[in-house]
Design a binder for this molecule. Structure first.
Ligand code: ADP
Ligand code: MG
Length: 242
């Protein structure tokens, strides 16, 4: 049983292929990390899953439905995904509470009272209960990114896509964001993430995928990829970042 199946996905930009026949299966509760040099295609792959990019060939199946079918309801697909990017994309003119309840209320039609109850519960769970009425610029970068993750969680996604969520943070703030991701794993959340934090990647991932020039060159459990990769290019990459 897979939650997400990526089969033979190609993506071209201006005649240049940045994804070259990607195959990947993600099972429920699995944490999959994408690693590889800058420009290897990690973000593009996540953007294809989220339908921010259309694929040029291949299929992506989410919970049994082909989401690369042109007739697909894009909004309906995105409602099953939670996405957090590197840059904090909170709405600056809204409080933390309003940021979190916006999608549940407007997209999922959850009544305000219930949406706020659930938002408060999430804020408490992640140590941010006292920030509900703050505006994003009153929070640290780490707090903003935690709110962005909470906001993504508030719609009860089936799959979380996390793209370099700690890259814009001061090192001291990285830890609190990684902790939240660790806790998500404990609750069984299915995730695909890209990260430069190799220690964290090794620790949290069930499967690590090494992308090289748009090719998913190698994948396996972290013990295997980090200690005894099959491909010389994987070894070279890890040597350059560890
Ligand atoms: P990564 O996330 O691994 O750093 P990306 O997926 O961002 O890599 O980029 C893969 C390649 O695709 C890069 O060469 C990048 O320049 C190119 N690329 C990404 N998005 C676009 C775009 N919208 N238009 C043109 N080229 C793009
Ligand atoms: Mg990227």
């Amino acid at each position: 049983m897979t939650l997400l199946t990526i089969e033979g996905v190609w993506k071209n930009f201006h005649g240049h292929s940045v994804l070259r026949g990607i195959d990947l299966e993600v099972r429920p509760h699995e944490v999959v990390s994408l690693i590889g040099a800058s420009g290897s295609g990690k973000s593009t792959l996540l953007r294809c899953v989220n339908l921010l990019e259309t694929v040029d060939d291949g299929t992506i199946t989410l919970e049994g439905r082909d989401v690369t079918d042109p007739r697909v309801d894009v909004d309906e697909v995105r409602q099953r995904l939670g996405i957090v990017f590197q840059a904090f994309n909170l709405f600056p003119h809204m409080t933390v509470l309003d940021n979190i309840t916006l999608a549940p209320r407007q997209v999922h039609k959850v009544p305000r009272e219930r949406a706020e109850e659930e938002a408060h519960a999430l804020l408490s769970r992640f140590g941010l209960a006292h920030k509900a009425t703050s505006y994003p610029d009153q929070l640290s970068g780490g707090q903003q990114q935690r709110v962005a993750i909470i906001r993504a969680l508030a719609t009860q996604p089936r799959l979380m896509l996390l793209d370099e969520v700690t890259s814009a943070l001061d090192p001291v703030l990285v830890v609190e964001v990684l902790e939240i991701i660790r806790e998500l794993k404990q609750t069984g959340m299915t995730m695909i993430l890209t990260t430069h934090e190799m220690g964290f990647c090794r620790d949290i991932s069930d499967t690590v995928c090494f992308l090289d020039g748009g090719v998913l060159l190698e994948k396996g459990p972290p013990e295997k990829i980090f200690s005894d990769p099959d491909e010389a290019r994987t070894r070279d990459f890890l040597r350059s970042v560890l």
